[in-house]
Write a protein that binds this ligand. Sequence first.
Ligand code: ASP
Length: 318
Amino acid sequence: MRHLLTTTDLPRETVTALLDTAEALKQALLGREVRKLPTLRGRTVVTLFYENSTRTRASFEIAGKWMSADVVNISASGSSVAKGESLRDTALTLAAMGADCVVIRHPASGAAHRLASWVSTHVINAGDGTHQHPTQALLDAATLRERLGTLNGRIVTIVGDVLHSRVARSNIELLITLGARIHLVAPPTLLPWGVQNWGKGPNREERGWPVTVGHDLDTALPGTDAVMMLRVQAERMHGGFFPSAREYSISYGLTEARLRLLPEHAVVLHPGPMLRGMEIAHSVVDSPRAAIAEQVRNGVHVRMAVLYHLLAAQEEQA
Ligand code: ASP
């Protein structure tokens, strides 16, 4: 694996290898007072963020540091980007300084792919516009595997702003690759055109389970193994996609009453940041069914696994 840009073309064996490595790293570090492995000593990882982030950026930094890499963080707002420097020139500058890996977040869909075509360093897509966020999907899959055992045949219901969500896109592709069935619940205005066909692709034709779509959360919940709530991406909305936050919440919010409709074993996920009280009730976030803190915890181990596979695994095999 040279880059991690999308979950669309990730074969099942690669996904499983990444998740297994993340699990092994988690076990290796469990209970350790000093969390430092020498794996990436002498390697330089640069995070280049053109959009805000708390979880993704911090966990890439922690992941790199726990494996002894040198990690440099660049925010567009505090860099020469603010003086008008192009993405290409910024990327070439970082490559010239010896970056081994660039982790990029950018508001434009496709930015990570463009970057990968300009530089010879490894590139990780940490979210490009409404397109993809592959490490989020991997950490969600790691969390679901931990809670549910297997994803094969499991029904994952994704709720909310699918239209603007790179988390939904990445998860639909990845979870189907792992054998899950996807049901989407959203207002018609927040569903992309042709979403039913997203699951079809080079790695999954043999299963052929279509993505199903509905608008009624109450009828979807009883048959669900996991429910993934999405953030309403106000920053990407130019127009009225629903009448009001209150109406959205009434139809699509995960309330305490709705939590009771889920089967006993079902898991609640949210990628964060959450709009508590609108997308998800306070008490639901804090309930034992919610695996939101586990998602964040697994995010560090998954990002360690991705850095390891990109920067160290091939060398070790050689
Ligand atoms: N943190 C996730 C992302 O960057 C989800 C979100 O912001 O809604 O896509």
